[in-house]
Write a protein that binds this ligand. Structure first.
Ligand code: NI
Length: 168
């Protein structure tokens, strides 16, 4: 099972790179709706959260005794770090590089380490293993989100067939 999770973690950066490569620079920066992230902001989020949201939390759980894991204000970070102004190519390169290193590190964790627990500020107990699963779950959620942004962009042009579709 963990092997399948590692396969997801190893493959998402290339999948997302593939989707983004087929978009115009303008489409990458266009928000699908007010308040919803453009693709560049999703990429910046993935790159930003790779260490603080996942690797560092798992590391703290493995190295400390039931550490408290602070919640992350992702909308606040998006504004403060100007996700919208970042360069998509650099973000993808940096994220993929971090991911390779993180996977190498993850594959060395032993079962006893994965069972260890931390206390998330908002949701309470989380094991290292649960975080590894959430990491892959999070990856796929954002891959899906990027596909949705691409799908939404087509919506105004599908004519009266719009009747049959609901945008969430
Ligand atoms: Ni996210």
């Amino acid at each position: 099972m963990l092997k399948d999770v590692f396969t997801i973690l190893a493959s998402t950066p290339a999948k997302i790179r593939h989707e983004v490569a087929a978009m115009s620079p303008r489409a990458i920066r266009t928000r699908p709706a007010p308040g919803k992230w453009a693709v560049v902001e999703i990429l910046a989020h993935l790159e930003d959260i790779e260490q603080i949201g996942f690797r560092e939390r798992i590391r703290d759980i493995v190295e400390q005794d039931r550490p408290t894991l602070p919640a992350i204000d992702q909308e606040g970070r998006a504004r403060a770090l100007r996700y919208d102004r970042k360069d998509p190519k650099r973000l993808l390169d940096s994220w993929a590089r971090q991911r390779r290193a993180n996977l190498k590190w993850l594959r060395k964790l032993r079962p006893a380490q994965l069972k260890r627990q931390g206390i998330h500020e908002k949701v309470d107990e989380m094991s290292a293993e649960e975080f590894v699963h959430e990491w892959a779950f999070h990856d796929l959620g954002h891959l899906k989100q990027i596909l949705e942004v691409k799908r939404y962009a087509l919506f105004p042009r599908i004519g009266t067939m719009r009747e049959f579709y609901k945008l969430s």
